[in-house]
Design a protein around this ligand. Structure first.
Ligand SMILES: [Cu+2]
Length: 137
């Protein structure tokens, strides 16, 4: 009787262990993030209208094709999106600095539908046309 009880308890413990080893709900498999490349150049983003779908995971690759620095400033978007832990430090005050010829990857889950503003904050760049938008559907 006691032995049988112990077997049952062991079986229950095994089930509990299996359940807890599974990923908790809401965890994103970042290896499946869809790549989206945005090129930064003098003085534009291309594409200038970045189309994303709500709730989907993306690897947003910001590639600076120019010989000078640019940034990708989208404070409202980054505040609303869920950013992968390891990539959070790449965003300062809502913008990502990208050095000449370099690229930076930001893994994120697209936020609520809407149109989020994008610009380069380098002196005069946005007046030269370095603006865009992130459209989440
Ligand atoms: Cu710029």
């Amino acid at each position: 009787m006691i032995a049988r009880h112990m077997v049952t308890a062991a079986a229950l413990a095994l089930v509990a262990a299996q359940a807890s080893s599974q990923a908790p709900q809401g965890t994103t498999d970042w290896s499946r993030a869809e790549p989206v490349t945005v090129e930064l150049s003098n003085f534009k983003f291309s594409p200038s209208a970045i189309q994303l779908k709500q709730g989907r995971a993306y690897d947003l690759r910001l590639a600076n094709m120019a010989s000078g620095g640019h940034d990708f400033s989208a404070g409202e978007f980054f505040a609303a999106a869920r950013i992968m832990d390891a990539d959070r430090a790449k965003i300062t005050e809502g913008r990502v600095a990208v050095a000449a010829g370099k690229s930076v990857d930001i893994h994120l889950v697209a936020p609520a539908p809407g149109t989020y503003k994008l610009r380069c904050t380098h002196f005069m760049h946005s007046s030269f046309g370095m603006t865009g938008e992130i459209v989440v559907q």
